[in-house]
Design a protein around this ligand. Sequence first.
Ligand code: HEC
Length: 237
Amino acid sequence: MKTKKHLILLPLAAALLALPACDDGPVGRAESGPTYSGFTAKLTGTVSGTGSWPEYYQVVLAGFDDTEYATAQATVSPDAAGRVSRTLPNLGSTVQTVELCVTNPLRRRIVSFRSVPVSELRGDTLYLDAGAVDAGMYATLQREVFDKRCAHCHGGAGTAAGGLDLTEGRSYAALVGQPSLSVPDSTRVLPGNAAASILHQILLPEEVLGLPVTHGDLLSSTERRLIDEWIDAGARE
Ligand code: HEC
């Protein structure tokens, strides 16, 4: 028994002797052990409109690598005053940006409101101070679709193609429940019924209305789906 104990203890004693003395300089823990690269993201700000999205979508704080699918995400639920304070722990070393955004059930990024690169990491926390964000579904459609893809034709005062003004502050009243000027006896946006709405029909990739100006190649299927779901969910402002 005695011999066995010595056999085990001897290499241990040798290893202890081989350790550097304390005054050999700083011994960096990160250098000797496996490096832990996880970090925490912290979102603060005032976010409105999160409840206007259909259940399919979520307003989240999420980490992204170089794909459009979140590696991790946490739902953003503002308090009664709209204030948000949310942390997302254990983000891995592949994460490149942390974003306040909307994702679908596959965690695919649909739209991003704010983004902060991982290069702004301080210590083990990446802070995203979002300020005031209108994350509402209609506000998102206005900014991402109408402003960028439509308003140069469907602008205000006299320049509104087809008599339709899609600029901010005017688009909603021009669309929802309004009779179509291009297609007799139909409605531009019929709340709850995308299929019957001219806004849906005119944007389909295959022409169904036969109008002089084609709209079928203006939007991606994701954007069209967003519009359809907004209408089907009641077309709220
Ligand atoms: C190149 C200019 C142009 C762009 C860009 C454009 N439109 Fe149009 N749009 C027209 C014209 C012109 C009409 C009138 C009908 C026609 O001649 O085809 C029209 C008609 C419409 C109508 C039918 C209006 C009614 O009274 O029923 C809708 C809805 C519409 N556009 C939505 C959009 C949306 C949404 C976008 C952006 C994704 C868009 N348009 C981008 C030119 C444009």
